[in-house]
Design a protein around this ligand. Sequence first.
Ligand code: FES
Length: 121
Amino acid sequence: MYNEKVLAHFKDPHNVGEMENPDGYAEVGSSECGDTMAMYLRVQDGKITDIKYKTYGCCAAIASSSIATDMVKGRTIQEAEALTKADIVEELGGLPGQKVHCSLMVEDAIKAAIADYKSKI
Ligand code: FES
């Protein structure tokens, strides 16, 4: 069902954890399955210098969280805001159709954490 890259990120996910006093924070849930995730951002000079998350979701959600946080780490806020679930799925080498909503939860979490950051500056 899942390709090797998805399974590798699921078994050894990158950037997992929490952050004290994050510059941006959001907790979002998937309306499709009820799973949730929390996203933490550290921002310096308009760039995401660190990113952590906790995902309470399936294999696809964990793999999407891992690869998406790799993709936005070190990028500008504008670049991170432009990340879509299609970019995440492409970078993973594909997800089963019924699992694409799991990557949307990650896109939503990154965008919501950025919105939180922007609301404070
Ligand atoms: Fe809920 Fe994948 S089934 S995040």
